[in-house]
Design a protein around this ligand. Structure first.
Ligand SMILES: *Cc1c(COP(=O)(O)O)cnc(C)c1O
Ligand code: SF4
Length: 341
């Protein structure tokens, strides 16, 4: 999501912005890069959702060539079946709109408020629970930060601000630095949490300009990245994590349990191993949020329970993520053990 003025002055663009502008958006191009036949999945579904294919070249480079089952490819390729409407799958599966207290501000849980900073992302994940989110009106970015900041200023029970989206690191460092400087001045805030997939899908994003504002805030900073499969973590990703750790950022990961991507014990054991090797602790393993278009990723709850038992018996406790589902109206993410369906 580059601003017009920035594209006009391309010599001023940061490396990550150039890479973002080069992201692949045509299914035929992606299949060609992977040496797959153009009709391997039938006709790709792009029109219905307004959520087209989007994937960075760096992420594509981690996919196996010639393998239509590749777990990274499966996360981003729009399959024809995604156009079908599935019972029990909705447009707002986690009740985000009901938790909106100001445009783009969600206040669901005690002590934590969440800003939707932008709708932009470097990749479009086909299972994304916010793929139908009305970002153009429900967004605290653009010129709406003052209303969002006022909300925080007036509720001293909020000690943690979560920047989310979309991907909050999709906006410029200039705007992020200005936002975080405002947050710094709200005395009751103690922690800044950033939910971003950028360090995984575009590790160049963690450059000196980004580290400058991250390192300058008085807030304790936690970055929750989002990797679903061990193959997402390569040398460049590990180096980006190293840069974040060097300035004292706490690194956590959240994943979504996805059929055909990471729904096996070896895949999840490998993911935890690679995360910890890169200095990231596994935090959440989300059961799929039942959003329209994502039914083919759904995994039976009993299988998830068995996978969690397998992880517990194979790994040290700190390498086992908490398996949860978000349920509208419940004041915390619900552990799988307490879920009924
Ligand atoms: C998930 C979420 C949080 C954070 O929940 P934690 O359990 O603290 O990770 C906060 N606000 C909203 C709106 C959320 O969806
Ligand atoms: S990066 Fe996150 S917000 Fe963006 S499409 Fe993927 S899951 Fe959704």
């Amino acid at each position: 999501m580059l601003m017009i003025t920035e594209t006009l002055h391309s010599q001023q663009l940061a490396g990550w912005q150039i890479e973002l502008a080069r992201a692949i958006s045509r299914p035929e191009e992606l299949l060609r890069c992977l040496e797959l036949p153009p009709d391997v999945f039938g006709q790709p579904e792009i029109s219905r959702t307004g959520f087209p294919l989007r994937v960075t070249r760096g992420f594509v480079a981690r996919m196996r060539k010639g393998d239509p089952e590749d777990p990274l490819l499966r996360q981003v390729f729009p399959l024809p079946s995604q156009a079908t409407t599935t019972k029990d799958f909705s447009l707002d599966p986690v009740g985000d709109l009901g938790a909106q207290v100001r445009p783009g501000v969600l206040h669901k849980y005690q002590g934590r408020a969440l800003f939707i900073v932008t709708g932009g992302c470097a990749v479009h994940c086909r299972y994304c629970f916010r793929q139908h989110f009305p970002y153009s009106s429900a967004n605290a970015g653009l010129d709406r930060w003052q209303g969002a900041l006022d909300y925080l200023r007036h509720d001293s029970s909020i000690t943690e601000i979560i920047l989310s989206g979309g991907d909050p690191l999709a906006i410029t460092d200039q705007r992020l630095a200005a936002l975080v400087a405002e947050l710094d001045r709200i005395r009751h805030l103690e922690r800044l949490r950033i939910h971003t997939r950028m360090p995984i899908v575009l590790p160049e994003r963690i450059d000196d300009r980004c580290l400058a504002w991250l390192g300058a805030t008085r807030l304790h900073t936690v970055i929750v990245v989002h990797a679903n499969h061990g193959a997402e973590i390569d040398e460049e990703v590990s180096e980006a994590m190293q840069r974040l750790r060097a300035i004292g950022v706490i690194l956590l990961n959240q994943s979504v349990l996805l059929r055909g991507v990471n729904d096996t014990l070896p895949a999840l054991v490998d993911l935890s191993g690679r995360l910890v090797a890169a200095g990231i602790l596994p935090y959440y393993l989300h059961l799929l949020d039942r959003v329209q278009g994502a039914a083919h990723y759904d995994t039976p709850r009993a299988h998830a329970v068995a996978l969690m038992a397998g992880l517990r018996s194979r790994l040290p406790g700190y390498m086992v993520p908490r398996c949860v589902r978000e349920q509208p109206g419940v004041p915390y993410k619900v552990p799988i053990e307490l879920l009924e369906d």
